[in-house]
Design a protein around this ligand. Structure first.
Ligand code: FES
Ligand code: FE2
Length: 422
């Protein structure tokens, strides 16, 4: 363990050390303390609707296979062969009743049990206890409104406890109408030379950069009007446990500018407000991060994504497009196109963000640069707990309060041996 992890984040003064974006031993500790213990997003149930459907992903750097078994139950296992460790399934997704390892042919059922071992009778003399060599399951798996999450830690709190008050904020993205959401199209995947925390904290609370970083994208007119008006409301909200949300005011429009989509949002507004309850008269959540690396956006694009860590200086972005399941097909397709245009790998917004995250990471390589702490002091002391919103809430729409809470939680989880008191 890195001895002085708590000294790397000073939440009270809003200062964060650059070491946490570049140093290998800190990254290794993140894999162990954060990614091997926290609840992580795997996939949406609409991606594996039928028995035998599977989806390959990662939890931290561990390859994981999410499968709906022949009986219809969803399970997740390490995607490694128990014989000599080959990656078992090489496909991104598909449907299969069993999986055979490419190296020596050990074969597993879609419920994870070891079904067959070539030459078991002669080479192993019938002495191999196959029941001991099934695929390794995750410790806990749960489904929140169609979102499938898992943790490797048997002692982690339940998913609902881990989410806490974040659950309602997830509903604002994923449960606005009857039937929730569905994934539209495939998963876009690309790699950026940036530390995973930079995109996570950007979605967590960086309302500040939007009108500046994305000025050229805004001027194209493709992405909606993000220019700040005198009437623009909003706040950054922290419902606890490191989860963070950016919200506009209830009257502020947040949707791609296509007339059909704007009309759709107008039509469903009363239904959505009734379903989500009275907090919608105060805030309109549009961006957020569920700690540590699952982010969502419902503004210029409707996307959720996972920031997969691939080393301190590398992140693999996996981005989905989503839509209300009850939305008409032409709206789903327009959302898909608008989302790719804004937040696909070559999207007008995404390119601006990636460039900044990359440079914020790469400047940490300098041993002198690394000594100068990052300033996350905006709005320090100008926030309070809002009983109705059930979240710490900034007084003004721009604040780095969520950055302080995100990194505060990071330091807590990095330094704690158990979940007690976390
Ligand atoms: S490594 Fe998989 S069968 Fe040998
Ligand atoms: Fe951005």
């Amino acid at each position: 363990m890195v001895a002085d992890v708590s000294s790397l984040v000073d939440g009270e003064r809003g200062l964060v050390s650059r070491r946490i974006f570049i140093e290998q031993d800190i990254y290794q500790q993140e894999l162990e303390q954060i990614f091997a213990r926290c609840w992580l997003f795997l996939c949406h149930e609409s991606q594996i609707p039928k028995p035998g459907d599977f989806f390959s992903t990662y939890m931290g750097e561990d390859p994981v296979l999410v499968m709906r078994d022949t009986g219809g139950k969803i399970n997740a296992f390490l995607n490694i062969c128990r014989h000599r460790g080959n990656r078992l399934c090489r496909a991104d997704s598909g449907n299969a009743s069993s999986f055979s390892c490419a190296y020596h042919g050990w074969t597993y059922g879609n419920d994870g049990h070891l079904m067959a071992v070539p030459n078991e009778r002669d080479a192993y003399y019938g002495e191999l206890d196959q029941s001991q060599w099934n695929l390794v399951p995750v410790a806990q798996l749960d489904n929140y409104k169609g979102l499938i999450f898992a943790t490797f830690d048997p002692d982690a709190p339940s998913l609902l406890d881990y989410l806490g008050e974040m659950a309602w904020y997830l509903d604002c993205f994923f449960d606005r109408r009857e039937g929730g959401i569905e994934v539209v199209g495939g998963v876009q995947k690309w790699t950026i030379p940036a530390n995973w925390k930079l995109p996570a904290e950007n979605f967590a609370g960086d309302a500040y950069h939007t009108a500046w970083s994305h000025l050229s994208a805004i001027k194209t007119g493709f992405a909606g009007d993000f220019r700040v008006k005198a009437s623009t409301q909003g706040a950054v909200l922290s419902p606890g446990n490191g989860h963070c949300i950016i919200a506009l005011g209830p009257e502020d429009v947040a949707a791609p500018p296509e007339p059909d989509i704007l009309e759709y949002e107008k039509q469903v507004r009363a239904e959505v407000e009734q379903r989500l309850g009275k907090r919608t008269s105060r805030v309109n959540p549009i961006v957020g991060t569920m700690f540590p690396n699952f982010s969502m956006l419902r503004a210029a694009s409707y996307t959720f994504r996972v920031w997969h860590p691939k080393g301190p200086e590398k992140t693999e972005v996996w981005a989905w497009v989503f839509a209300d399941k009850a939305a008409p097909d032409h709206i789903k397709q327009q959302l898909r196109l608008a989302s790719i245009r804004g937040f696909g790998p070559s999207g007008t917004f995404e390119q601006d963000d990636m460039d900044n995250w990359q440079e914020c990471t790469q400047t940490c390589r300098g041993v002198v640069s690394r000594k100068f702490e990052l300033n996350m002091q905006m709005g320090l002391g100008h926030e309070s707990y809002d009983e109705e919103l059930k979240a710490w809430t900034s007084d003004f729409r721009l604040s780095e309060a969520n950055h302080r809470r995100f990194y505060g939680r990071w330091a807590q989880v990095m330094g704690a041996d158990t979940w007690q008191g976390l």
